[in-house]
Design a protein around this ligand. Structure first.
Ligand code: HEC
Length: 132
């Protein structure tokens, strides 16, 4: 390319490319602070949590285990709950119920609701868990 023979252009490209990479990868990664579940999911999740989880885990339990989840995708957290919980009956609930329960846990941990619907089939692998 003609333009690349000009050493000033090469220099400019070398400066611009890394900035472009950093900003696009940043744009793709959300965190649980970005309002990743709705109020409706939370309302349903509170009931489902009360009925299926509360007997064994109060909210303090999540504060204790949260450190081990930081920088992991929220989908992994959802998946381990689907696969292992309730401990006396794993996989018993519907996927949507597990998803609403995760919304409830996020809310209890102080992360806000928002416009986007939490959906394990849509982007939950790109939502990172962060510290409260
Ligand atoms: C009958 C008791 C019981 C019920 C009901 C139960 N759990 Fe658990 N849960 C456990 C035990 C036992 C463990 C493993 C020991 C531990 O980490 O304290 C555990 C572990 C977990 C973990 C940690 C997983 C990890 O590897 O970090 C999460 C998250 C969790 N439970 C969420 C839930 C949710 C959400 C529900 C409701 C759908 C639920 N549990 C229902 C007993 C229960």
């Amino acid at each position: 390319m003609q333009v690349l023979k000009n050493s000033k252009s090469v220099f400019a490209l070398a400066l611009i490319l890394p900035i472009w990479f950093v900003s696009t990868s940043y744009a793709q990664t959300k965190t649980i602070k970005d309002g990743v579940y709705t109020e409706a999911q939370l309302a349903a999740g509170q009931n489902a949590y009360e009925a299926n989880c509360n007997a064994c885990h109060d909210i303090k339990f999540y504060r204790d285990i949260w450190k081990g989840w930081i920088d992991k995708p929220l989908l992994n957290f959802w998946y381990i709950i689907v696969a292992e919980m309730p401990a006396d009956n794993p996989g018993f609930l519907l996927d949507t119920e597990y998803t609403n329960i995760v919304a409830n846990i996020l809310s209890e941990m102080g992360f806000p609701s928002g416009e986007s619907v939490l959906d394990p089939n849509d982007g939950m692998d790109e939502i990172n868990i962060v510290a409260p």
